[in-house]
Design a protein around this ligand. Structure first.
Ligand code: HEM
Length: 391
């Protein structure tokens, strides 16, 4: 299941990138129906099929390039859906062996909802709320797959380390143990990392809001509403319209946007302001963790990765503006938002592991120590070490 999860994670990343590419090549309505394309399983290519398609959708004649973009995205997304269904099925069947199953079931619900959003994207003519929701849904699927992968990997590591500890008494004797032997003495560094957990969790909230603001900017075609740096074209203050920017105007079709210039400029400016807040917050978090005493080497590495992604993301955002939204830069801006989110989730996961499973690990070590006294100790230790994974 770990391999299938890793494969699905890779597939989800591909689907997200293909989705951004589809939107940025204005191919979101490349196939005006769903799930097929002009009623076909593939893009209509023969003259007969193209004529029939054009007759059925006269307002949207077939453009093979756009239709292929859309369909390739759907094929990959469909395959991802099947993989997630398989993960959920396996996880549910293996739940009694301690395989996490709540996260796979959540994933199945998410990917199903994501398919519905994909359908509404087309049938509601790129309604911005749906387009932004579809982007957030894709990021949620990717995030849950990543967390599932980390948990499965962690379960393997815990099991291995417990079995190693059961045969190595030396490693056991190095652990600080509390007087009553119920668990370890919490070290000050662990207490410090526990505070960092809240800091990092709040950072996830900040980043998700910033991603939603970016999605809103792109779904409303507001990328080029401000081409001046650092804020917007002269006189931007008088054009600010927050109520208009965050509402959805009535329109038949939202392709190329339905908001007026002031509203688009406002959403763009808010995304830039959000970038400043997100950058400052995550940089502070990353640097604090990097120099934190007691933080593991892995935590420091992931913090360094996150800081790198943060700089890259801001550079890509600025390049979007300065170079008038080149396709590759816009797709990369989307991809780096995803990588940034994953690196932050990895940090949160590591902090939770440090602060909550550190005692679990240690108490399993304590239990392992008692193997000399009791033959029941090893099964107990194993079950404690993987206890956090029962769903
Ligand atoms: C931490 C910082 C940032 C994050 C997490 C972020 C995230 C995002 C996301 C997720 C999107 C939607 C992409 C899509 O739909 O394909 C987006 C769009 C956009 N962002 Fe950012 N962004 C950040 C910083 C910036 C900065 C500093 C700028 C410019 C100064 C910027 C300019 C833009 C523009 C112009 C778009 C619209 C692109 C389009 O229409 O495809 N971003 N951002």
């Amino acid at each position: 299941m770990k391999k299938l999860t890793l494969f699905s994670l890779f597939l989800a990343a591909v689907v997200i990138i293909l989705g951004a590419y589809t939107r940025l090549t204005d191919a979101g309505l490349g196939c005006p129906d769903w799930p097929g394309c002009y009623g076909n399983l593939t893009v209509p290519l023969s003259d007969d099929k193209v004529n029939a398609a054009n007759a059925a959708y006269p307002e949207r004649p077939v453009e093979a390039f756009k239709a292929w973009n859309e369909m390739i995205h759907r094929y990959f997304a469909g395959t991802l859906g099947l993989c997630i269904a398989a993960i959920a099925f396996i996880a549910f069947r293996q739940r009694k062996q301690g395989t996490p199953f709540k996260l796979p079931l959540l994933l199945l619900g998410l990917v199903t909802f994501q398919a519905a959003l994909g359908m509404w994207t087309v049938t509601l003519n790129l309604l911005p709320v749906v387009v932004m929701g579809h982007l957030l849904g894709g990021f949620s699927v990717l995030s849950c797959l990543f967390l599932l992968y980390l948990r499965l990997r962690e379960a393997d590591t815990s099991t291995n380390s417990v079995s190693q500890n059961s045969v190595s008494q030396n490693s056991v004797s190095q652990e600080p143990v509390s007087k009553d032997s119920a668990g370890p003495v919490a070290s000050p560094s662990v207490a410090g990392l526990s505070r960092m957990k809240t800091f990092a969790l709040f950072g996830v909230g900040v980043l998700v809001i910033q991603i939603a603001l970016g999605g809103w900017t792109s779904a409303n075609y507001a990328a080029l509403a401000c081409t001046d740096m650092p804020i917007c074209e002269e006189g931007w203050q008088s054009r600010l319209d927050f109520a208009g920017a965050f509402s959805v105007p009535e329109a038949e079709n939202y392709e190329f946007g339905a908001h007026d210039y002031g509203e688009r400029a406002t959403m763009h400016i808010v995304h830039r302001a959000g970038a400043l807040i997100t950058f400052s917050y995550l940089l502070a978090l990353g640097l604090t963790l990097f120099f934190k005493q007691g933080a593991s080497l892995q935590l420091k590495r992931v913090s360094a990765i996150m800081i790198g992604c943060l700089f890259a993301q801001v550079a890509l955002g600025v390049s979007n503006v300065v170079f008038a939204l080149p396709l590759a830069v816009a797709v990369l801006h989307n991809a780096f938002a995803a990588i940034l989110l994953l690196s932050l989730l990895w940090i949160v996961f590591s902090l939770i592991k440090h602060t909550s499973t550190a005692p679990t690990y240690d108490s399993s070590v304590n239990a392992a120590r008692h193997t000399t006294l009791s033959s029941h100790a090893l099964p107990q230790a194993l079950s404690k070490a993987t206890g956090g994974l029962h769903g």
